[in-house]
Design a protein around this ligand. Structure first.
Ligand SMILES: *Cc1c(COP(=O)(O)O)cnc(C)c1O
Length: 369
């Protein structure tokens, strides 16, 4: 058999570098603290388990393909028209759906240098050309550079705001300036996976901009503040024309029955969300300062994670720190794939985990090299 007899994926597919998720576990330690995927240390609202138990009695029945109950609950929580909401199997699915719906060969999708890796994968999966835009020296997205990279072939511009893995954010006036200067045929996708954590007066997730424009999409997730990463629930808010187009392309039952009821229960429990925000508030500054006190530099973060930069001196590198921490049960995230080989990303975890990482890194930095 020679290779021409083999089934071949469409052009571009084999050029995709598959997404590598955060490490899940460490071996040979009594307890593992997973701080690699920005999951909530508080877990989901207790109301979620009740909702799942009730729907579990009825698993032979298909879910509601329009996820009506979930869209209503999201609409109530944010004061939005459920007709402008589309739910997905995680926001990852929605990012892919936007690419499948709006991009084809010859089109370009833009994203930033240290932006979320899923954009590039999904742009390429749609057969389109991925275009990377350089960030500024603070590792933040640069609106002027994004605008300079737009061509008549550009169809989608992805901006994670706040960005993962840097924790940086683009202020609302800059997002508005970006949108105002984009051609009308370009969709600006604002990925606001960490919006709930942000405590800044000059930040907006994108609701206002979507409401006023036919070419802006905001995506959100239940994987972070709501503690439901395992169930896979995301949503997007956009003009009816975009929702309509994506509805034609998506799978008919793309959100499963348990996810629909769980998401509705989670978003209705404001107190639980508030607890998660307060936990992050209490620890984000403390962890950032603790790391800096060890001589490490930390990119200022508004999310539930921090990007920590290590020296390149042998014995003190990010890769060695990662091994050292893993051997003690602290699983952080290497971010070489994001062009940041000298950094690790740490999710803000439970108190014990946060203090444990600080203590382990204190020992690591004090070792003779
Ligand atoms: C975690 C994350 C998401 C969420 O993805 P889900 O598929 O909803 O779990 C989306 N965008 C960014 C930037 C993220 O970090």
């Amino acid at each position: 058999m020679n290779s021409t007899d083999m089934p071949r994926p469409k052009p571009g597919v084999l050029d995709i570098a598959a997404y590598v998720p955060g490490r899940e576990t460490a071996h040979g330690v009594a307890k593992v603290y997973k701080l690699s995927s920005n999951e909530s240390p508080l877990g989901p609202s207790p109301k979620v388990a009740e909702a799942i138990a009730a729907r579990s009695a009825n698993l032979a029945i298909y879910p509601d393909g329009s996820a009506h109950v979930l869209r209503e609950a999201i609409g109530r929580a944010y004061g939005l028209n459920p007709g402008n909401i589309l739910c997905g199997n995680g926001s990852d699915e929605l990012l892919g759906l936007l690419c499948q719906t709006y991009l084809g060969p010859g089109d370009e999708g833009l994203f930033t240098e240290h932006g979320f890796l899923v954009y590039k994968i999904q742009i390429m999966a749609a057969g389109a050309t991925p275009v990377t835009v350089a960030d500024n020296d603070d590792l933040n997205a640069d609106v002027d550079r994004i605008l300079a990279a737009v061509t008549e072939r550009t169809k989608l511009v992805f901006l994670a705001n706040p960005n993962n893995p840097t924790g940086t954010y683009v202020p609302v006036n800059e997002v508005k300036r970006l949108h105002a200067a984009l051609p009308r045929h370009v969709i600006l996708v604002l990925d606001a996976a960490y919006a709930e954590y942000v405590r800044r007066n000059d930040y907006e997730a994108g609701i206002e901009l979507v409401s006023a424009s036919p070419n802006v999409v905001m995506t959100r997730t239940f994987s972070k503040i709501h503690g439901l990463a395992g169930l896979r629930i995301g949503w997007m808010y956009a003009h009816e024309a975009i929702i309509d187009a994506c509805n034609r392309v998506r799978g008919p039952f793309n959100v499963n029955a348990l996810a629909i009821v769980a998401g509705a229960a989670a978003i209705g429990d404001r107190e639980h969300v508030e607890r998660a925000v307060e936990h992050n508030e209490a620890w984000l500054g403390r962890v950032s300062e603790g790391l800096q006190a060890l001589g490490l530099s930390v990119t200022p973060s508004v999310g539930n994670f921090v990007l920590v930069h290590f020296p390149t001196t042998p014995g003190k590198t990010a890769a060695e720190a990662d091994e050292y921490l893993c051997a003690r049960g602290y699983v952080l995230r290497r971010v070489s794939g994001y062009g940041l080989p000298d950094a690790l990303r740490m999710t803000i975890g439970e108190a014990e985990a946060n203090l444990g990482v600080l203590e382990a890194l204190r020992e690591f930095m004090a070792q003779a090299s």
